[in-house]
Each structure stands twice: as structure tokens, then as C-alpha cells.
Design a protein around this ligand. Structure first.
Ligand SMILES: [Zn+2]
Length: 345
């Protein structure tokens, strides 16, 4: 295999729907035909080998004064549900207008087939379940509409749990764990076989889920706390728990979560990212490390640029000493395996 071969990347987290939402349904064409904004559109995904990933529906914090501690305010449930429906419709509109170039995948078989066919394999993901009330009605309906993975919280509190605030340097052990409604949510996700995403959980919430859930533990876009002591990153003990359940960690490309100084500096070499991959692979095994770019949701290294830069990351992994077999696991195989185990097909 030559260095210029395109390795398919299935990625654990992007915010392209959030970026496109600002352009309304007109942005469908911008996505399909390409545009000079953000990190992902279809032409750049194809150039970089981005074969698909978890497409997050994230509701921004309302425009209101921040609480005194500086943490993010939480949107109201009805507002969040309306916005979730609008963003889910946007995803479905992209699929419908793509002439087969994009598929909203509902099973691991769908993802494998889409990758084989060169179709972008999108998975409907919710980051922060504010759209769902404690009665969980919306969860069941959204699942029928294609929802397959869900993070109970973003980095703010809601009725289910207490999201980890952005702090640096800081332990992730900030605030209480799951509420009773949060425990009901985890049981319902297990019943529906919706993947539970631990990125943005605080440490207590993480351990509550580890105790309660019967699925592999997954953090879709988080890094090693030992290398970058951000509250969003995972301690060694958390990494070990993820390994013990057969789960995985998707490495976040955000410089804030990669660097050891917590500075938002785009002049961050790709080797810093590779060191997180290597650290986690060394500690818990190559089967448990994958990618979770956070494309269109955070500040990434300038040298990567956008989705079309993924082959540079693959080259950096190869330079570090990962062979083709290891790279295939990191790039897509681990994600598909863990989703298959979680979803049951
Ligand atoms: Zn996130």
C-alpha cells in the first residue's frame, strides 16, 4: 500500500449539522456541492477519505447571561425538541437530495455497505438530550426516526445528569452524577440499543453509567487526561473501564483537548494528536482507540485544515509506526465493531 492510498475514516463526532443549520435548508446544496467554510462537505469528505460518522444534533446554549460560575445555560426542553426536529429534517433532506451519495445508517450492516459503496455513512446522534423530557416520550419517537447514539449531556446540567464544565487544568470530577430520570434514560437506551456517549459526562456520571449500562462504554470525542489535563478528557481509570467493557475512545482533534498547555493554538503539530492515539493504544489496546474529530465543532490543527486533510493524519500515524492493520482499526474497524455490538447488527 502506498502512502497516497485513501484509507476510509469513520469518525465518532462531527457538528456539520450545527454549521449547516445556520444556513437553513439552502445549506443542503452547499454541503453536497462544496463550499469554502467549515470542515466538512461532500467533496472534501471524498478527497480526505471521510467515509462517514456520527452527525451530532447539538442545541447551542440560549443567549442569556451565563450563571455566575461561567458555565453554559441549558436550553428549555420544548425549544430543544423543536430545534432537534429541524436539524433531523436537515439530515434527512441531505440524504434525500444526495442521489445516493449519503445514507443515514441505522445498523452496522448499513455502515459497512455504505463504506463499500462509497456512500457517506451518516449516523443520527444527539449530543445533550435536552429535547427529551423525563417521560422519555421523544426518545422512543426519535429512535424510530433513526436516532442511534446519544450523549445524555453536553457540558451543562439537564434533567438527566450534570455535564462536565470546560476547565483547564482540571479533573473531570466536577458535580453530581445521574439523576433518577438519568438512570431511566440509560435503561431505555439499553432497551432500544441506542449507544450511550460518555464524552461530556462528568466523572460521577461516567461511573454511574458504567455501573448501570449493559453496553460497551464509549467516549466518542475525548482524549487522554494524562497528556492534556482538560476536564473533558479521560483519566487512566476511565480508560481502563472502557477497555474492560470492550468499548472505545474516539480521539478529538480539538487543540484545546490535545495540548498540555490548554491554549487554543492552531499551530499544533499532528504528532500531538498521534501521541494521544499511541498513549491510549498502549494503555488499553489498539482495539479501543478510534477517531472522533469534532469537525465543525472545535478548533483543529491548521496543518490538518479540514476533512480533506485526513490523509495527513494517516501518514502521521504511519510515521509513528502504526502498520496498515492498526491504521484500519483506528480509522474505521473499531467503530463499526463497537456499534455492531451495541446495536446488535
Ligand atoms: Zn462535543
Amino acid at each position: 500500500m502506498t502512502e497516497s492510498s485513501i484509507i476510509p475514516v469513520f469518525d465518532g463526532h462531527n457538528d456539520v449539522l450545527l454549521r449547516l443549520r445556520r444556513g437553513g435548508l439552502n445549506s443542503v446544496n452547499a454541503f453536497l456541492n462544496g463550499e469554502a467554510a467549515g470542515h466538512i462537505d461532500l467533496p472534501r469528505a471524498r478527497r480526505g477519505g471521510l467515509a462517514g460518522g456520527l452527525c451530532a444534533i447539538f442545541i447551542p446554549s440560549p443567549d442569556q447571561p451565563k450563571p455566575e460560575n461561567g458555565d453554559f445555560p441549558t436550553p428549555a426542553q420544548a425549544d430543544a425538541l423543536n430545534e432537534t426536529l429541524a436539524m433531523a429534517r436537515l439530515l434527512l433532506a441531505i440524504e434525500a437530495q444526495s442521489e445516493g451519495a449519503i445514507k443515514v445508517c441505522r445498523s452496522a450492516a448499513d455502515i459497512r455497505q455504505s463504506i463499500a459503496d462509497g456512500q457517506f455513512a451518516a449516523v443520527f446522534h444527539i449530543e445533550g438530550a435536552e429535547a427529551v423530557a423525563a417521560d422519555l416520550d421523544a426518545l422512543y419517537v426519535l429512535h424510530e426516526a433513526g436516532l442511534r447514539t446519544l450523549g445524555p449531556v453536553w457540558s451543562r446540567p439537564n434533567v438527566f445528569a450534570y455535564g462536565v464544565p470546560f476547565r483547564f487544568p482540571s479533573t473531570p470530577d466536577i458535580g453530581p452524577g445521574l439523576t433518577d430520570a438519568g438512570k431511566d434514560l440509560i435503561r431505555a437506551c439499553n432497551e432500544l440499543r441506542i449507544m450511550i456517549d460518555l464524552s461530556h459526562m462528568n466523572e460521577q456520571g461516567f461511573w454511574d453509567i458504567a455501573k448501570l449500562s449493559d453496553a460497551p462504554l464509549v467516549a466518542s470525542h475525548s482524549n487522554a487526561h494524562a497528556l492534556s489535563p482538560h476536564s473533558r478528557n479521560l483519566t487512566d481509570k476511565q480508560l481502563d473501564a472502557i477497555r474492560d467493557t470492550g468499548g472505545l475512545v474516539g480521539i478529538n482533534f480539538g487543540v484545546l483537548f490535545l495540548r498540555d498547555d490548554g491554549v487554543r493554538n492552531t499551530d499544533t503539530p499532528l504528532d500531538v494528536l498521534v501521541r494521544h492515539v499511541a498513549y491510549i493504544a498502549e494503555r488499553i489496546g489498539i482495539e479501543h482507540v478510534a477517531l472522533g474529530s469534532d469537525f465543525d465543532g472545535t478548533t483543529i490543527p491548521a496543518s490538518l485544515g479540514d476533512a480533506s486533510g485526513l490523509p495527513k493524519l494517516i501518514d502521521a500515524l504511519r510515521t509513528h509506526g502504526f502498520d496498515d492493520q492498526a491504521i484500519a482499526k483506528i480509522a474505521h474497524q473499531n467503530w463499526v465493531r463497537v456499534l455492531e455490538r451495541t446495536w446488535g447488527g
